[in-house]
Design a protein around this ligand. Structure first.
Ligand code: ATP
Ligand code: MG
Length: 445
């Protein structure tokens, strides 16, 4: 993409309505624009990152054997009356009527609808296990939408649902989700710590939230600092192997880590004092096992191996896809702007032309652009007639992890400059070497 043709409405001033850095930077970098309280348009740069995050979620869900599907945003109230949640959900549910005076709502989550699909089509234990998920817009009429996409009213969420014959199988689905979530967040450059939590209106006993530690987080968390040393990394995992998934669950949840809702002072005090931490975190996902709560209410039964009809064991599993953009920025920025982790960066590499209109500099930039593109990378070329300082400021603000700077002086010596956004360190090298270096970094992901 050439910046001269791009829609990137960066703001020079700090927007006064933004209280936290991720909100400020998303507005300043021209990623989002508020349309009404807690509801945003995603401008090209923001949309590009949203898609990258969404794609990682898709890839990791499908790697775990979960099937993508899509359910409507607008639902009839009937199913929600059947489950009893139409009244229980309260003011957070956006309700309205259609022209025939039927009660409708904008989906805040989709346990009822998926269970209805399941009961219409699945009748035998032979069709289990089954896990389906969607990545779809949700609406919750939050009392205090704030912090930009972090607590929106309309937000993009992955919600997955497992159907299993037994509790043991459903707990395997729970563990499988935990593993897939660890991989998902790490690919985004994030550490998200599973913490024992409270189930809220979804219901059920077993639940973990995934929290990204950040001062601006809305949850208070208590943990053993040893949990921050755990990483999943690139280890092989067989998602069908119950023992292997249970082992990962055990490894990542046996140290003390809880949100304030389930915090236990006595257990916390049993941690060696130098490892006790009280901090704040951003909830970027949650997994639930809730047994037969919805299958009982909605009569989702299958015929078991002994011929008897039994309710299925279920769980649901969410990832805050749009909130993740805020969480990533909270975890990765400096005073100049965003620093995208390579896994989610909107463009792989920036190209800054220090002397636009100079035939040699223009030619070198075009050649770099073509070489990077030919390798399957997406560069963002700042080809505007702006002074160098302004170009650098824009690149730093929008946070591409790598920048190649091209100027007549360097070209005389046959070199360009490759700069890491994270460390600020630059290196001079021939253009083709710079391309190789950048390609190598992304190939290793
Ligand atoms: P919270 O406690 O933050 O209100 P929740 O526990 O009600 O969230 P879930 O039902 O667990 O939310 O939804 C799954 C994920 O969707 C959450 O982990 C979070 O990352 C994201 N999410 C929930 N509410 C919002 C919101 N208002 N704006 C953006 N993302 C949200
Ligand atoms: Mg939650």
């Amino acid at each position: 993409m050439r910046l001269s043709r791009y829609f990137l409405p960066v703001l020079k001033e700090n927007p006064s309505e933004a209280q936290i850095v991720s909100h400020r930077l998303m507005l300043r970098a021209g990623m989002i624009k508020q349309s009404s309280a807690g509801i945003y348009s995603w401008l090209p740069l923001g949309f590009k990152v949203l898609r990258k995050v969404e794609n990682i979620v898709h890839e990791e869900q499908q790697r775990a054997g979960h099937m993508p599907m899509l359910m409507p945003t607008i639902q009839s109230a009937d199913l929600w009356r059947e489950s009893g949640r139409y009244d229980a959900y309260g003011a957070e549910m956006l309700r309205f009527k259609d022209r025939h005076d039927r009660d409708m709502l904008f989906t805040p989550t989709a346990e009822e609808l998926i269970t209805d699909i399941f009961r219409a089509h699945v009748g035998s234990y032979k069709d289990l296990p089954l896990t389906m998920y969607q990545i779809q817009w949700k609406f919750r009429d939050e009392i205090r939408p704030r912090f930009g996409v972090m607590r929106g009213r309309e937000f993009f969420m992955k919600d997955g649902y497992n159907f299993d014959l037994t509790k043991e199988d459903a707990l395997h689905a729970y563990n499988r989700h935990l593993v897939s979530y660890l991989r998902t967040y790490e690919r985004m450059g994030l550490q998200a710590i599973p913490m024992r939590a409270d189930s809220g209106p979804i219901g059920g006993d077993d639940t973990h939230e995934f929290l990204v530690l950040a001062e601006t987080g809305e949850s208070e968390v208590f943990y053993d600092s040893a949990v921050t040393d755990l990483t999943f990394g690139d280890r092989e995992i067989d998602y069908d192997d119950h023992a292997q998934c249970a082992g990962v669950m055990e490894e990542f949840t046996n140290l003390y880590a809880r949100t304030d809702e389930t915090h236990d002072e006595a257990l916390f005090n049993a941690i060696p004092e130098e490892r006790r931490r009280v901090a704040r975190g951003i909830e970027v996902g949650q997994i639930f096992y809730f047994g037969t709560k919805y299958s009982d209410a909605l009569n989702a039964v299958v015929q078991g191996p002994d011929g008897k009809q039994v309710p299925v064991h279920m769980g649901s599993h969410g990832i805050g896809v749009s909130r993740l953009l805020g969480a990533i920025i909270e975890a990765s920025h400096d005073d100049k702007g965003i620093i995208w982790p390579e896994g989610v960066t909107p463009y792989h590499c920036g190209i800054v032309n220090l002397k636009q209109g100079d035939a040699e500099a223009d030619g070198a930039c075009d050649a770099l652009y073509q070489s990077l593109t030919a390798l399957g990378l997406e560069p963002l070329y700042d080809d505007r007639n702006e002074r160098a300082g302004g170009k650098f400021a824009t690149m730093d603000l929008i946070g591409l992890p790598w920048r190649i700077t091209v100027g007549p002086r360097g070209l005389k010596n046959g070199v360009v400059e490759l700069t890491s956004r994270r460390t600020g360190q630059s290196e001079e090298l021939p253009p083709e070497e710079a391309v190789k270096r950048v390609a190598g970094i992304y190939a290793a992901l």
